[in-house]
Design a protein around this ligand. Structure first.
Ligand SMILES: [Mg+2]
Length: 416
């Protein structure tokens, strides 16, 4: 029993596996323990998926180009990601979460928010739940550790889970929220990415206390009404978002099989641009934004490969979907083969109303322009039944088109 177990304001948990992919590899091959382990493809176009804590001492981290990781940590041990195995462990972990509450909102394979208001009595309090959850994850996975934050809201829970990684349990005292937040750097705020951080630094705002003192008006002037207001609220430790259990379980995608294999270049760009338009339109229709972009490629000899990337800024616009899919395709080893099937998918879908898109700050004008274009397109489609405006030039339609909306998968591996 913890003194905070009687505090009924503590109703959210954020739980996040420690260096998940690397930890699974070490679990399966204990000889890797204590070594600078890097999950990813060490080739010239690869990026680091996850680094073990030993590798992080060499400043190797997720999304770092592999070439740079090899330079920083020449003694690093590389392993290719094993998505199916990570998904298997992910299901175990999510299963543990569901032992404590039906209110589970996965953010990726290895992290989730839990709404525990309805479970407090049954288990004896928030901290007891967090402790038991950590034990259960360790037990069920055969030895993996998870860091957990317990807080009065989602924002603070996510912030807290990161404060004592790895293997940490952090409780946010509801009476000392401002003392906790004030000295932290602005980038500790969920959603403030490197570019927003730099922009905030540029106007002299480095710590959360600076955001608070800057006042709502200044933030709104620089970030826009929605993001500025939201950031100001977060700087005060306020967050009214609730658990969304639908989230992340769906994907919206479009794929095509070509009659004649196409080549990477103008033809694949043409298809991806068109697919991005359609997928973005479906996202807007459903008031969703995608955090993850997926690419599926099948070659002439029926080799099927998929790649995915999680975006800094969730989107419902075709531009980022297209650019991301295109860069993912550039990474695929075609080995001289043509492309038989190409698919552009999205996952990790979040409600459009979720405020504060990281990066929106500096791209605000461009994003607004794009939004206006999209609204026009949507409107013309409704009026004219699809035969209306087109954004730029699209290549001719390949055969066997299908736009699918499915709910098969929870999420893509994102590491961390
Ligand atoms: Mg993690």
């Amino acid at each position: 029993m913890d003194r905070f177990d009687t505090d009924s304001r503590l109703i959210f948990i954020h739980a996040d596996m420690d260096a998940f992919f690397a930890a699974v590899e070490i679990l399966d091959d204990p000889s890797l323990a204590g070594k600078p382990l890097i999950i990813g493809h060490p080739g010239p176009r690869g990026v680091v998926s996850t680094a073990s804590y030993e590798a992080r001492k060499y400043r190797v981290h997720s999304a770092l180009p592999s070439v740079e990781a090899m330079r920083r940590c020449p003694e690093g041990i590389w392993r290719s990601p094993r998505g199916a195995r990570y998904q298997q462990v992910s299901r175990q972990v999510m299963g543990v979460f569901e032992e404590f509450t039906p209110e589970v909102e996965p953010l990726s394979l290895d992290e989730a928010f839990l709404g525990i208001e309805g479970s407090l009595r049954l288990f004896g309090g928030a901290v007891t739940i967090a402790r038991q959850l950590r034990q259960r994850v360790h037990q069920v996975t055969g030895g993996l550790t998870i860091s957990v934050g317990v807080a009065p809201n989602k924002f603070l829970a996510k912030l807290a889970s990161d404060l004592q990684k790895p293997d940490g349990l952090t409780v946010v005292d509801p009476d000392r929220i401002q003392q906790l937040l004030d000295p932290l750097p602005v980038e500790k705020i969920w959603g403030v990415g490197p570019r927003t951080r730099d922009a905030l630094h540029h106007i002299g705002l480095r710590e959360i206390r600076h955001l608070r003192r800057a006042g709502r008006e200044l933030l709104v002037r620089h970030l826009g009404e929605s993001s500025g207001h939201h950031l100001w609220q977060l700087a005060h430790g306020e967050d009214h978002r609730s658990i969304s259990t639908e989230r992340g379980s769906r994907s919206i995608s479009r794929e095509s099989t070509f009659e004649i294999d196409i080549q990477r270049g103008a033809a694949s760009d043409g298809f991806l641009r068109e697919a991005a338009e359609e997928v973005a339109r479906s996202l807007r229709d459903e008031n969703l934004r995608a955090r993850t972009v997926r690419l599926k490629v099948r070659t002439g000899s029926f080799r099927t490969m998929s790649r995915s990337l999680t975006l800094d800024m969730p989107t419902q616009e075709p531009g980022p979907l297209f650019e991301t899919a295109r860069s993912l395709l550039a990474e695929v080893e075609l080995e001289g083969e043509g492309i038989r099937l190409l698919g552009l998918g999205t996952g990790n879908l979040i409600p459009q109303s979720s405020p504060l898109q990281p990066g929106l700050f500096e791209d605000r004008a461009a994003a607004q322009r794009q939004q206006v274009v999209s609204q026009l397109l949507d409107r013309s489609r409704r009026i004219e039944g699809g035969a209306g405006l087109e954004r730029g030039k699209l290549l001719s339609k390949p055969p066997e088109d299908s736009t699918t909306v499915d709910s098969k998968r929870r999420d893509d591996p994102t590491g961390g």
